[in-house]
Design a protein. Structure first.
Length: 117
């Protein structure tokens, strides 16, 4: 695979991961605010990620905070790749795996929070 192919594959993975985070945080925002949000930015996502902590029991708060922080970092990194601030060819396979783990941990946090309500 050439670096152009790797870069394109990384950008596609970044787009999928970012859209999934946007979807889950927008769903979370709608649950709290009672209305959908029109635009999405890194700041909006981070705020909505932290709202997820309000739904987590105290004994799970540290794990939840870690999941939220990693999701926020993932969102920023995927945005950097998509907007050309980070070259897709420079993102390692291990980092792509970390993005997926971060997304899975955040989705698990949201799922767990919904079940406990």
């Amino acid at each position: 695979m050439t670096s152009i192919d790797t870069s394109a594959a990384t950008k596609l993975q970044a787009l999928r991961t970012r859209r999934s985070l946007e979807h889950h945080t927008t769903t979370l925002w709608a649950a709290f605010a009672g209305k959908p949000i029109e635009s999405v930015s890194v700041g909006h996502v981070v705020i909505r990620l932290h709202l997820a902590l309000a739904r987590v029991p105290e004994h799970r708060r540290r794990v939840a905070l870690t999941a939220v922080r990693k999701a926020a970092i993932t969102y920023k990194e995927t945005s950097d790749v998509l907007h050309g601030r980070m070259r897709g060819a420079h993102v390692t396979q291990a980092r792509l795996a970390e993005w997926q783990e971060s997304l899975a941990a955040f989705v698990a946090l949201l799922t767990e929070s919904k079940q406990e309500q």
